[in-house]
Ligand binder design. Structure first.
Ligand code: GLY
Length: 387
C-alpha cells in the first residue's frame, strides 16, 4: 500500500548535502529561482557567467540575469546548442574561452542553466578554468533536478563512450525551481521520472509504492512533483555524503545505467530513438529481468516494475526503441557487450551491475560472468525481433 507522505505545498524545501567544506544546499520549490537573490548574494561573488542552451536560454536566461543583477552580480550569458552532441571537447573549449572572455575570476560563479547536458558541461568547465571556479546548478529538467545537478559529477562524452572525460566538482548551490518544468515536453518529464522512481527501486519500496499511486501528479505539476524531487534529492544527498567519489554505495545510483548506456551507444545517441531517461527505464527493467534470470529476484517484482514503467509511458523492451523490432535494429549481442565494456564500472574487464533481490533491494554485483550477460542479451534480442 502506498505510504502516506507529506506532499503539502510548501514555499521551499531545503535539502543539505553534507560534504564538510564543500557542503551545499538544494533549494526546491515553485518560484525559488526568482527569490534566490539573497542566497546568491551570500556566495560573495562579483560576477556570474550563465551557461545555457539556446532553447532554455531563450525561456529563462533573461529572468535569471535580472535576478543576478538584483543580487549585485555582473551577469553574462554563454549559449550552446541543445542536445547530447554538445558534451564534446569542441564545445568545452568554446565555453572555457567564453568564461575567460567574461572575466570570471576564481571567486566568481559559473551558473549552469539547463538540463543534464548543460549541467555536466558547465560544471566541467567550472572545474578546470582557473583550476576551479565555484558553480551553481539551476536544473531545468526533471532529470537534472532529481539526479544530475546533485553530487558533483561533471564531464563530457568521448567517442569511446558517455561521460568518460570529467571531474568531480561539487556545486555551491542547487536551485531546483519546479515551475521551470511546466514548459517541458511530456517525453522529457517521463525521462526524468525514470530517474525519480529509480530511488524507490534502489532502497525505498515505500517510495516506489507512492510513485506507483502518484506519478500522474508528478507529471501534471501538482505538489507531488516537489515532494518527489525532495525525496530523490534527499536519497541522493545521503549517498553522495557517504561516498562522494563512487568507491562504494554511490554505484547504486547506476541502477539501469549499464544496460541503458549501452543502448544509448548502440543507437548512436540519437534522441529521436532514445533519450537518457528512457534508456535508464529500459535498463532498469532489464536489470530486474536479469536479476530474475540469475535466480536473485522474484519474477513478480520484475513484472511489477515493468508494468509500472509501461503505465508511466516508458520503454521496457528493446522492441519499444524505434527500429528495435527490426533484425539488427539495435545491433548484436557483441555490439551491446562491446558498449558495456567501455563502461566506467568495468574493473579488470569484469562487469559490475546493479542487480536487485526485489523492489527496494538493489545491490552492487561485481564480477558478473560475461557468458551470463551474453545469454541474457541474446534472449532480450530474440524477444524483440524474433532473430
Ligand atoms: N547519476 C549517478 C551519480 O550521480 O552518481
Amino acid at each position: 500500500m502506498a505510504e502516506a507522505m507529506d506532499v503539502a505545498q510548501k514555499a521551499q524545501r531545503v535539502v543539505p548535502v553534507a560534504l564538510d567544506a564543500r557542503s551545499y544546499e538544494i533549494v526546491i520549490g515553485r518560484g525559488v529561482l526568482a527569490d534566490a537573490n539573497a542566497r546568491l548574494a551570500a556566495l560573495g561573488a562579483r560576477a556570474a557567467a550563465i551557461v545555457t542552451d539556446e532553447h532554455v536560454g531563450s525561456l529563462h536566461a533573461p529572468a535569471l540575469t535580472a535576478m543576478l543583477e538584483r543580487a549585485g552580480l555582473r551577469a553574462s550569458v554563454i549559449s550552446v546548442k541543445p542536445g547530447e552532441a554538445t558534451k564534446a571537447f569542441s564545445t568545452l573549449e568554446h565555453v572555457c574561452g567564453a568564461i575567460l572572455d567574461a572575466r570570471i575570476e576564481r571567486g566568481d560563479l559559473v551558473i549552469a542553466l539547463g538540463g543534464g547536458v548543460v549541467g555536466d558541461l558547465a560544471g566541467f568547465a567550472a572545474a578546470i578554468v582557473r583550476r576551479g571556479i565555484r558553480f551553481v546548478q539551476v536544473p531545468t529538467s526533471l532529470l537534472a533536478q532529481v539526479d544530475s545537478s546533485v553530487g558533483g559529477k561533471t564531464g563530457i562524452n568521448a567517442p569511446q563512450g558517455k561521460n568518460l572525460i570529467g571531474a568531480f566538482h561539487q556545486p555551491s548551490l542547487v536551485l531546483a525551481d519546479t515551475a521551470l518544468l511546466d514548459t517541458l515536453p511530456l517525453r522529457e518529464i517521463r525521462a526524468g521520472y525514470a530517474e525519480t522512481v529509480k530511488y524507490g527501486l534502489i532502497d525505498n519500496p515505500a517510495f516506489f509504492d507512492w510513485c506507483d499511486a502518484n506519478w500522474p501528479g508528478i507529471y501534471g505539476g501538482g505538489p507531488e512533483r516537489e515532494h518527489a524531487v525532495e525525496i530523490a534529492c534527499r536519497a541522493k544527498a545521503a549517498i553522495v555524503a557517504r561516498d562522494e567519489r563512487e568507491t562504494g554505495d554511490r554505484a547504486l545510483l547506476n541502477l539501469g545505467h549499464t544496460f541503458g548506456h549501452a543502448l544509448e551507444r548502440v543507437t548512436g545517441y540519437d534522441s529521436t530513438r532514445l533519450i537518457h531517461g528512457e534508456a535508464v527505464a529500459l535498463g532498469m527493467a532489464q536489470a530486474f529481468r536479469f536479476s530474475v534470470a540469475q535466480g536473485l529476484c522474484d519474477p513478480r517484482d520484475a513484472e511489477r516494475v515493468e508494468a509500472h514503467l509501461r503505465e508511466a509511458g516508458l520503454p521496457t523492451r528493446l522492441a519499444d526503441i524505434p527500429g528495435g523490432d527490426m533484425p539488427g535494429g539495435i545491433g548484436s549481442v557483441d555490439d551491446l557487450l562491446g558498449a558495456m565494456a567501455q563502461d566506467k564500472k568495468v574493473v579488470g574487464g569484469a562487469l559490475t551491475f546493479i542487480l536487485a533481490r526485489g523492489i527496494g533491494a538493489s545491490f552492487i554485483a561485481k564480477g558478473v560472468p560475461a557468458d551470463d550477460v551474453r545469454a541474457f542479451l541474446a534472449q532480450e534480442l530474440a524477444g524483440s525481433n524474433g532473430a
